[in-house]
Design a protein around this ligand. Structure first.
Ligand SMILES: [Zn+2]
Length: 430
């Protein structure tokens, strides 16, 4: 074998060995064995020593065309969504393909180092030059040996509101963009929003593509495009291929209406993506106090059998000044905002940045089992809850069977009379 990772603990969602450490054998880019005390040898062996090995983090919602552009041409003074969109509009004419590719590749380096090996990125198609589309298709080719990048044709300014946007979106798909996007709540009227959902879903059905729309990213309880998205999914037979991103208006909706909406979403097989870091900072901006959190109803959707994942959305761009590609930070924020502090809830938040997100992207061979792709992350934590609590170091990241990143464990040396020489921030009992 090429590589064996010994004495690994698996997350609940991948655990077939029920709390027992396993050895993971890897050959020719595939996992070939997952069992205790594997009787084999390999060119390289890594001792996990009881730490967690997980399939890679997956970011199901990102904007790689804008990432790392913080401060260009100026910073977002108010920090609001609308100033962010205006700022992006100011930046667009100055974009060059070279700078875009450079920033995206730098972000992908960060992602790999964070064990984030699959990203679904929206790419703005409203610029008729489609410069960002060309740039991200180039990035997709360049990172393909180590990272799965899936692209969504995203009409930032609306397909009905912005002249030529739908045609540009179709051209982007013809160039090789994977998924049909949309932004119904940004169209001029509710009726236009619903019409945009219909047109885009029909186009996706014709082309046999997945759909992922920015949907109802507002605090308006009457923004109900998710209902149209679910109904169109059923009408066109798109079950399992459609995702509503953000869905923040659901936070503010009437409870009776939501009790009808959740079963409709469940029957339609529509998945949901919350973006906790962005939702908690951008929503509720028109409120005084009490101030709404604005994140969609994550635990309620999960309980209703809807697949829910968490996305990073933004890192150092016109909408968000912070972030570093760390999906554990995303899970940490999601856990807090959704108050998912029970044991099952915390594990569900880990799943939201791993296995649930992988299902949305339709990743093949994702998991820790024989036959799966050898994409793995060794964390400096013993289980998913500790990983979230510590935003644990990625001790080793394996992509396509090769170790592509290593990082030291987080340790601090103490100089205190009568106290230990070192702390690792883990609970050690007797
Ligand atoms: Zn977004």
């Amino acid at each position: 074998m090429d590589l064996i990772i010994r004495r690994a603990m698996l997350p609940r969602s991948a655990a077939s060995q029920d709390g027992q450490a396993v050895d993971i054998g890897i050959d020719a880019g595939r996992i070939v064995a997952v069992e205790p005390k594997l009787a084999a040898s390999a060119a390289e062996e890594i001792d996990a020593a009881g730490s967690l090995v997980t399939p890679p983090f997956v970011d199901p919602h990102f904007h790689m065309d804008a990432t790392l552009s913080y401060g260009l041409p100026r910073v977002n003074a108010s920090g609001t969504l609308l100033e962010g969109i205006a700022l992006w509009g100011e930046l667009k004419p100055d974009l060059t393909q070279e700078a875009l590719v450079g920033r995206a590749l730098q972000y992908c380096d960060w992602a790999v180092a964070r064990g984030l090996l699959a990203i679904r990125s929206h790419v703005d198609v409203c610029d008729p030059r489609l410069l960002a589309v060309e740039a991200l298709l180039e990035v997709k080719r360049r990172v393909a040996p180590y990272l799965d990048l899936q692209l969504v044709a995203f009409p930032q300014d609306g397909i009905l509101r912005s002249a030529g946007a739908f045609e540009n979106l179709k051209r982007a798909i013809a160039m090789g963009v994977d998924v049909v996007g949309g932004i119904p709540h940004f169209e001029r009227t509710m009726a236009d929003g619903a019409q945009s959902v219909r047109l885009l879903c029909e186009f996706a059905a014709e082309q046999g593509l997945r759909v992922d729309m920015h949907c109802d990213e507002s605090d308006d309880p009457l923004s109900r495009h998710i209902e149209t998205l679910a109904a169109e999914t059923q009408r066109l037979g798109l079950q399992g291929r459609v995702t509503g991103s953000h869905l923040t208006s659901m936070h503010s909706m009437d409870n009776y209406y939501v009790s009808k909406l959740l079963p409709l979403m469940r029957e339609s097989g529509v998945a949901a993506i919350a973006n906790p870091l962005i939702n908690i900072t951008l929503q509720g901006r028109s409120d005084t106090y009490p101030k709404r959190r604005g994140m969609t109803r994550v635990p309620e959707m999960m309980a209703a059998g809807i697949n829910v994942a968490f996305g990073h959305d933004c890192v150092m761009d016109p909408w968000y000044s912070l972030g570093s590609g760390d999906m554990l930070e995303v899970a940490h924020m999601g856990l807090h905002v959704a108050q998912m502090t029970g044991v099952d809830g915390m594990h569900a938040c880990f799943d939201a940045v791993t296995v649930n997100a992988a299902r949305i992207l339709g990743l093949e061979g994702y998991g820790v089992a024989p036959g799966c792709a050898a994409n793995l992350v060794l964390l400096d934590a013993r289980d998913p809850v500790e990983a979230i609590r510590l935003r644990a170091a990625r001790l080793a990241v394996v992509s396509r069977g090769k170790v592509v990143s290593r990082a030291p464990a987080a340790r601090a040396a103490l100089s205190l009379e009568g106290r230990p020489a070192q702390v690792d921030f883990k609970l050690h009992r007797g």
